[in-house]
Design a binder for this molecule. Structure first.
Ligand SMILES: [Zn+2]
Length: 353
C-alpha cells in the first residue's frame, strides 16, 4: 500500500496564479536583493511560473482541511515554497498523503509490527503452537517472517529501525497474530488512539467498534479527506479503473471522525446543512461509506460518474445503499458480489422515487 503516492511523480503547474506561500500559508513577495524574474518587481506576490514541472516534497492541510503542497522544480530539491494543490494539473486529486495522525517509526507494510498485548506468549511452531511461557516485550517492534496457513499465528524476529529501514535481529518464535498491530508506532499507546471519540475511533450503528488506521487522501476541490487503511486498496482500484475509462472519480467525503459527524449533525439540525446521521450511527464513521463526485459532472444529459459507477461499482466491491443519495457508495465486497452476479448495483429497498 502506498501512503504517499505523490513521491516520485512529476506534476505540472496549471494555474497562472500559483502563489508561493510560507509554512503558515502566508503569501510571499519578492524582496530587495532577491533574484526577481522579468516582469516582476519588489513587493509583487511570488508565483511558480505556469507550466513549470514540479515534484512535491511534502503535503499538509490548513485548519479548513484545504491541501497545500511543498513544491520544488522537478530537477532540484530546492523548494519554491508551499502552494495550493489546486494549482497543479489534476488538482492533486486522489493522491495519498500519509497516515493520520502521522507519528510512525515505520508505517504499516504488513510485515513490521508493534506488540500491543502485555501477554503476547512466545509459542512453539505448528501444529500445536504450545506456549513456551515467555512473552514478547510489550510495545516492542517485530518483523513477521512466517505466517500459519490459517493466518492466526505468526513467526517473528526482533527488529531495529535504522534510518527508516528494518534491521533484522534474532528470531523470537511464534505468537498469536492478534497480539500485534500493523506498523511500528508508539501511537498505539496514546490517549488519542484509545479515545472513543478520538481521531481514529470508529463507530457503527451507535456502537464504538475500536480504532482503525487512517490514510489522508486528497478529495475533490483540494479538501484533505481520510479513508481507513482497510478500504484504501479497494478505493484505489476503483478510481484507477475509472481513470482508464476517462472518468474523473473523486471523493467529497469519506471517513468522518465522531467530532466531524457531530458538527455535520448540528448544522443539519440548525437547518444549515445536508441530511446527516447522529454521531456514532453514520456509515462514514468506520471506513465503509464514500460520498463520490457524482454531481455536477453531466454528460449527454446524465451524470457520467454515476453511470460509470452503476456499471462498474459492484464488480469492484462498491454498492449504493441510501435512497435518494446517488453519490453515497459503500465498500461492501460480499453484498457487491451478489449484486454484481444479479446485474444490480443497489441494495434492496434503495429507491430514488
Ligand atoms: Zn454519505
Amino acid at each position: 500500500m502506498n501512503f504517499t503516492s505523490y513521491v516520485g511523480k512529476v506534476f505540472v503547474v496549471e494555474s497562472n496564479k500559483a502563489i508561493i506561500r510560507d509554512e503558515q500559508f502566508r503569501k510571499q513577495t519578492y524582496k530587495t536583493g532577491e533574484e526577481i524574474p522579468p516582469g516582476k518587481n519588489v513587493g509583487d506576490v511570488k508565483i511558480i511560473p505556469q507550466r513549470t514541472e514540479v515534484q512535491v516534497l511534502d503535503v499538509k492541510a490548513d485548519s479548513d482541511r484545504h491541501t497545500y503542497v511543498l513544491a520544488a522544480a522537478a530537477d532540484t530539491e530546492k523548494p519554491f515554497g508551499w502552494t495550493d494543490c489546486m494549482n497543479l494539473e489534476g488538482q492533486f486529486k486522489n493522491e495519498t498523503a500519509g497516515l493520520a495522525p502521522a507519528k510512525w517509526d515505520l508505517p504499516p507494510r504488513g510485515t513490521n509490527m508493534t506488540c500491543v498485548d502485555t501477554k503476547a506468549f512466545v509459542r512453539e511452531g505448528p501444529p500445536d503452537f504450545t506456549s513456551k511461557g515467555t512473552t514478547i516485550p510489550f510495545k516492542s517492534f517485530v518483523a513477521i517472517t512466517e505466517t500459519s496457513p490459517d493466518r492466526k499465528h505468526v513467526k517473528v524476529s526482533n527488529i531495529k529501525i535504522v534510518q527508516g529501514e528494518i534491521e533484522m535481529g534474532e528470531e523470537i518464535g511464534w505468537t498469536v497474530a492478534s497480539n500485534l498491530k500493523d506498523g511500528c508506532a508508539d501511537f498505539y499507546f496514546t490517549d488519542e488512539w484509545a479515545d472513543q471519540k478520538g481521531p481514529n475511533a470508529c463507530w457503527r450503528k451507535g456502537q464504538y467498534i475500536g480504532p482503525k488506521l487512517l490514510v489522508n487522501i486528497v478529495g475533490v476541490g483540494g479538501e484533505m479527506e481520510q479513508i481507513t487503511v482497510d478500504s484504501l486498496d479497494a478505493y484505489i482500484k476503483l478510481k484507477d479503473a475509472a481513470e482508464q475509462d476517462n472518468i474523473p472519480l473523486g471523493i467529497h467525503s469519506a471517513f468522518r471522525t465522531f467530532e466531524r459527524q457531530a458538527q455535520l449533525f448540528r448544522l443539519f439540525k440548525a437547518g444549515k446543512g445536508n441530511l446527516a446521521a447522529q454521531p456514532g450511527s453514520s456509515n462514514h464513521q468506520h471506513g465503509q461509506a464514500f460520498d463520490l463526485n457524482t454531481l455536477k459532472n453531466k454528460f449527454n444529459g446524465s451524470d457520467k460518474v454515476y453511470e460509470w459507477l452503476k456499471r462498474n461499482g459492484p464488480s469492484l466491491g462498491f454498492v449504493r445503499t441510501v435512497s435518494k443519495e446517488s453519490w453515497h457508495w459503500e465498500y461492501r465486497p460480499e453484498d457487491a458480489k451478489e449484486l454484481a452476479a444479479a446485474g444490480k448495483f443497489k441494495m434492496p429497498g434503495v429507491s430514488d422515487s
